[in-house]
Each structure stands twice: as C-alpha cells, then as structure tokens.
Design a protein. Structure first.
Length: 270
C-alpha cells in the first residue's frame, strides 16, 4: 500500500515565507509516503504582476522544502524560471530530497484566467515525465491540463499508475449544487476509467483577491469510484492508500492499452 496525503490549503497571496512554513509543518507531521499540495501553493494563484517579483523566492522555498522533506515525496506548486525572464507555472516534485519540475501545458487565458501573460507553457516532447516512489510510478499534470485528454493518456501510456493533479479551481456557476465540483468529478472519473489509473485532485481553498477557491479535493480509483473527499470551502487534509489489486482488476477489463496514434495525426490536420 502507498499512502498519499492531500494537503488542501489556503495559500496567502504573495507571502512565500508564510506559505513555506505551512508546507513544512504539514510535511513534517505527515505519515504518508507522498504529500500533494495545490497549484502555485507556495505563492498563491491570483498573482498578476507579482509573478515577476516572487519567482526567486518560490525557487528558494522549494530548496528549503526539499531539505525538510526527509524520505517523503512532496509535490508543491511554484514558479520556475527556465531561462532568464521565462517563467513557467510548475509543480516541484521532491523525492528523497532531490527536486525535479513538471510544467503546465495548457495555460487558461479566458474569463478570469490570464496565465499566458505571465507564463510559457511546457513542451510535451521534452517535459512529459513520470516518477517512481515507494513502489509506484506516477505522473503530475496541473489543473487545466486535466480539461484535455492528451496529458493523462500520455502519462498512462508512459507507465503511470497514479496521476496527481494540483489545481487552483475557483468557484463559478453556483446554484443548487456547485457545478464546477460536478464537472471536476466527471473529469476525474473519466481520466481514471479511460486510462486505468488512480487520480488525485488537490485544489486550493479560500479567497485570493476577488476570487474564491472551493477546495473539494478528491481521490478516484481506476474503477471510477471516489475514495476520498475533502471539505468544501475550508482547509483540510487526509490520507488514502492506493490498492494495487484494484488497479490490476481495472486493467484486466480495460482497453486503455489500445492506443491508435494515427488519430493524433488526423487531429493535427483539422
């Protein structure tokens, strides 16, 4: 069994040191094999031009978090400068004190989102990665990437048994139910079922400027069952265990291995 902790926190916008201290406390008190934080958890999400001031501090915070991680795997949201003046919305993946980075591929720039003003998107031909820890292979994709089929499919075909999704999903379309929560649950179940993987979604919570993030983090099995739900509208943390037998059962009765790459050539010409 591999134990994954979902750390649904409220980052303080622009206060990297305060956010780092919260990360360190959670990591040091966790008994999980891997601790997963939301998107841009070390900086906050609604940064706008603060992005250009905070990237150095967030990179240093990742280094300090790596020193405090012990033997745990930690996934934390940060900004990474990949070339002088070129920044990416990133997830720092810390394993045994060593740091690697995953970059967001799809940058939302519609409605309230304006990520392309500040970030360069990742390059799938170079930046798709899987990682190994505690006997399980996993991949990471960031928020908007989950609204497209290719990143999850690619990670599954590269051997991932688990896909971690740090996110910063704000509230919208509030009615009798929280429509964005329903949409995310449908997406997570679809990724889990179609790709025969465990899927873990860790969302930001709380207010940042004019936006409010709803939390509601969850873990979904490869059979499409929600195994863990975190609270709405408040900080929360919880641990679940990955059952490899459930993964095996799902794959015995799944066609996820049957990938027809020519569809992508057709799509590229449309």
């Amino acid at each position: 069994m591999v134990r994954i902790e979902l750390a649904q926190i409220r980052p303080f916008l622009g206060d990297v040191e305060r956010n780092f201290l919260k990360h360190r406390e959670i990591v040091e008190t966790s008994d999980a094999d891997c601790v997963v934080f939301p998107e841009l958890s070390l900086t906050g999400y609604v940064l706008k031009d603060l992005t250009f001031e905070l990237f150095r501090y967030s990179e240093k915070a990742v280094e300090k978090l790596a020193e405090a991680s012990g033997g745990k795997c930690v996934v934390a949201g940060t900004i990474k400068e990949v070339r002088p003046g070129v920044l990416r919305n990133s997830a720092a993946v810390i394993i045994n004190g060593e740091v690697d980075y995953v970059y967001k591929f799809y940058l939302p720039t519609y409605g309230l989102f304006e990520e392309r003003r500040y970030f360069q998107r990742g390059d799938p031909s170079r930046d798709l990665k899987t990682f190994q820890h505690a006997g399980i292979k996993f991949g990471v994709m960031i928020c908007e990437d989950a609204w497209h089929p290719e990143p999850a499919e690619a990670l599954a075909l590269m051997g991932a048994d688990l896909i971690l999704i740090p996110a910063a999903s704000p509230m919208r379309r509030l009615g009798r139910s929280l429509a964005i929560q329903d949409s995310w649950e449908a997406l997570l179940k679809a990724h889990a079922l179609m790709n025969a993987v465990w899927v873990t979604f860790v969302n930001t919570v709380g207010s940042q400027e004019e936006e409010f993030f709803w939390g509601g983090s969850m873990a979904v099995s490869p059979l499409g069952e929600v195994k863990l739900r975190l609270k709405l509208f408040e900080e929360d943390r919880a641990v679940y265990s990955i059952d490899l037998e459930e993964l095996r059962r799902a794959r015995f009765f799944s066609s996820f291995r049957d990938h027809i790459s020519s569809f992508h050539r057709v799509l590229a010409e449309l």
